[in-house]
Design a protein around this ligand. Sequence first.
Ligand SMILES: Nc1ncnc2c1ncn2[C@@H]1O[C@H](COP(=O)(O)OP(=O)(O)O)[C@@H](O)[C@H]1O
Ligand SMILES: [Mg+2]
Length: 414
Amino acid sequence: MSRTSLPDPAATPPPAAGDASRAHARAAAEAPSLRLVRLALHGCFYALLAVALVPALTGPRAAAVAPAALALAAVYGAGAVRQARRPRLWLAAVTALWLALLVLDPGFSYVVFPLFFLWLHALPVRWSLPAVAAGTAAVVAAQAATPGGLTAAKVIGPAAGAAVAVLTAYGYATLYRESRARQRLIDDLVHTRDELAAAQREAGRLAERQRLAREIHDTLAQGLSSIVLLARAAESGTPEAHRERVREIGRTASDNLAEARRFVHALTPPALEDAPLPEALRRVTARTVPGAAFRLDGEPCPLPVETEVALLRLTQEALANVARHARADHAAVTLAFHDGQVTLDVYDDGVGFTPGTGPADGRPRFGLHGMRERIAELGGTLTVESAPGEGTAVAAALPVPAAAHPRDALGEAA
Ligand SMILES: Nc1ncnc2c1ncn2[C@@H]1O[C@H](COP(=O)(O)OP(=O)(O)O)[C@@H](O)[C@H]1O
Ligand SMILES: [Mg+2]
């Protein structure tokens, strides 16, 4: 029970539970099925109140019954929909008003049934069972005052109702405990799964770094060291030998360039391989959030491959967040080239969130954090503007180096 103070079957642990676990349960989010039970209880209360009120309004005490019933409906409603600080005080007020109505008109006896559940769920067992017994006794006394006096049926009816309420409440408490335990288990599993994914990501990153180090060592570093040796050897010897060394240096450099091209090619995401950046982003946008708009501002200029890759990854991650979290009606991606910098904005009008606060479930997050690191490594900035209900805007700005080295630069030089 997160929003109401109503002693709430959905959030209140079994009657025997202590206050600490009650508070813990209150903090827990309410499952839809539990909310349904709570709403059914409120509906039952108002239905029984109305059923008793209608005939009472034509009775001799209508003048007193009407305001008392209104007061009961209002007090009950206030506690049911608003966060009352002191649920037990509220319950006491509801109980007192009901007792007053019962004294005025025994027709209000049936209202005791939802009250049974409230007492059983809101009070510790040492109070709730006596409350149920006292409520039953009050109903029996009210019924005894009706024409025909006290009969067996007038005792058995309320007593049976009380017994059913007590058994139901205990059964419900057991189910509730089991569902809480299951929820904790699911939370644990999800947490473990996320940790595993994080560990795998990290292992993948390390493996990739090792592979890159090996590649550089085996190709570029080897080639460069041969060039150094050839250059040293060229310093001495005949002019003919000198020319041969220089030719050798040229061949080695050329081979190395080919290696470097292969290398860069292998690192380029396929989306960027067969389309320029704006087109690649347009495709990613259409694929990830169908209906989202893509806009290009300014004149695209060549970017270093790592900048292009970062912008592509940022678009993918931000749009994945829109698809997963935002529940947005509109989303838009804007790529702009202005004044020596390239900017990327991903906007949505969805539910938003509070940036900087950890996620509600406490699980580690890598998306926004990873984006920020990647952009920062390239000398850029990433800002995330959002607030609950206000949509989200993710904006990155990256410098465009004066002599950018697009991925074709190596090819052009060769
Ligand atoms: N566009 C968005 N709309 C609403 N909430 C978002 C949006 N982007 C991010 N969030 C919130 O920020 C959290 C962190 O996002 P992120 O770092 O990408 O991690 P993840 O997507 O794995 O949850 C998300 O769990 C979500 O609650
Ligand atoms: Mg994400």
